[in-house]
Design a protein around this ligand. Sequence first.
Ligand code: ADP
Ligand code: MG
Length: 707
Amino acid sequence: MLMTLSLQTEVRMIKGVGPQRAELLAKRGIYTLEDLLAYLPFRYEDRIHFSNIRDVQPNGIYTIRAQVMSGQAIPNKFSHNAIYHLLVQDSVGGLLPCKFFHGGYLEGRLKPGQQLVLHGKVEIDKLRPARLEMINPQLEHLGNEEPDSTEVGRIVPIYEAIGTFGSRAIRRAMYAAVQLLDTGMPDFLPETLRARLGYPSRREALTHVHFPASEESLEALNTFGTSAQQRLIFEEFFLYQLSLALDRKSARKRNAVAFRVREVKVREALKRILPFKPTTAQKRVLAEIACDLEKPAPMNRLLQGDVGSGKTIVALQAAVIAIENGCQAALMAPTEILAVQHFLSARRILAPGGYRTELLISGLKSAEKTAVLERIRSGEAQLVVGTHALIEDQVQFARLGFVAIDEQHRFGVLQRKRLMDKAASHGHAPHVLVLTATPIPRTLSLTLYGDLDVSLLDELPPGRTPIRTRLSSEPHLPGVWESVRRAVEAGRQAYIVYPVIEESKLELKAAIDEYKRLSKEVFPKQSLGLLHGRLSSEEKEEVMQRFRKNEVQILVATTVVEVGVDVPNATAMVIEHAERFGLAQLHQLRGRIGRGAEKSHCILVAPGRMTEDARARLETMVRTANGFEIAETDLLLRGPGEFFGTRQSGDLGFHIANPIRDKDLLEQARREAFAFVDEAQQATALEGLLRMLPAEWQRRYHLARIG
Ligand code: ADP
Ligand code: MG
């Protein structure tokens, strides 16, 4: 079948996709051939040289081709999930037992004689030390017919499954997609630059990352070191940095309102709102901020401080400076819960100053929203606290002078820019303060965020007693509940957290069921509340309000409580299935307790048997509460892949590039992009490049403003 190619061809037209799979892909934001090609393998397998079962050694990782001899799920008395035992044999007679924890789903799916490719780690069988076994290998069925070249006889790409669209099927579709690429395909790197750096064309690079040549080094591929991979990484960084370079160019032309900071009136306003004595670090950081605010150029500052270090009050003080100078201020939070909480505390803290604080979230009733929007437009609203609802087109500020963005890693850089554009109406750029608990190395944040200066809150407010963290397991739950009961009887409050990572129905049901069970059987005398992401804004707010008032003593919650929630009377936290959370997430969660003077306790509940990584994560949590130390360990354990919170396409718009792993390429791309924008004779080349970029890419890198 001949097909006229366009990168915008819908995926369902590609052989091996079809309407049903196209729907699955759409959920991942994959609509076109272009999008599909950007879905890259996360690793590669050598299927030219399979390992012989006879040669495997303990702790080695192997790819084996073998057939099923027998398979059986055996119930596991330590967990509700069965262990699946599989025995396979390779073509020269080697036998290898495999174990799948949580493998109940495999029951009945593997038939004797079936051909498999297994990839995984070989370990010594703990019960029978003379025997080796493969633990939780990744499986691929080879079809019934003779396997084709997308399956064996080459280095094959392994993709993360998308729902029921498994790696093998994705690979076949990708093979068809790659065949469609023609030589006239546009290249997003300027030709002179590409030639100078010696990178392959975009088409060659895409073909290569999906179907590398057999002589390519497996190690280079798996560490993203081939020139095809490097080119695609460089390309993403280059476009991203191009956007920053263009911004810097236009920012240089921008003015900001220079605030008067030293006047008595302002100083007294600042003093009036302070509910407590600021820490030395808070004073120092405020001075750094004040110094920026006095200048007629916009502040661009990142405020880093571990959870609980007191970033909010610093942001509110900066807001007061703006308001006292006749400007409006905005505070943007990543979730509604957090926006409401910031709103309530801002209103309380700012009350002595008599300032008008508004809340803007999408959950507002329409009449209320219209009224709020009007007060923002008229300038009557002095501080506006909200979610991303703040960046909608209908929001117009009369005179926005200062913007604080909480928990930056949750927002794209693009959203930050859109908020900044809100101030353009009165001819001035706002001063911007970005608050984050994620420690990013300084050089990296400079490169990533362009011209952000960095301030550090490296001191916790006084009177905090360190949180005691311990590890527990399901059989010990009665004791865990007993300690929660004791905390509640002493007048304190508690969180019980369940993992709902994908907000899948099944997982959510587990949290809801557990809530019912706990209310009835475990804590019949206590008052419990339930908080999860599927509740409406009003329902969420109602539960939070009752928790803040101590009407709810125990809050059963999913990770929606993760960021920023501040209820100092809560001193106990139980995290169930703690092994399923990432380190950064555990740290954020735990940061919800230990906020008052009372001693706080965190109990991590996990199965006795878990992966080495999971164990290392939990042990780190028990060992330290230092956010920087935790972030470093996180980086080591997970690899840099998930450091910024999302894996695919990332908040920063990267599919393959990883700012930590590929730091050198990032720096190089930054130099090249800034030079490209600076050199006047490149103007036409720049315009040509921007015009060629597909709309989606223009949006992703915020490059749509020209052409
Ligand atoms: P984070 O940096 O995690 O956003 P918050 O701003 O929420 O931290 O502050 C954590 C808690 O510490 C809040 O209850 C806040 O009122 C309190 N706090 C902040 N600064 C001080 C201070 N200097 N003295 C006493 N308590 C403080
Ligand atoms: Mg906070």
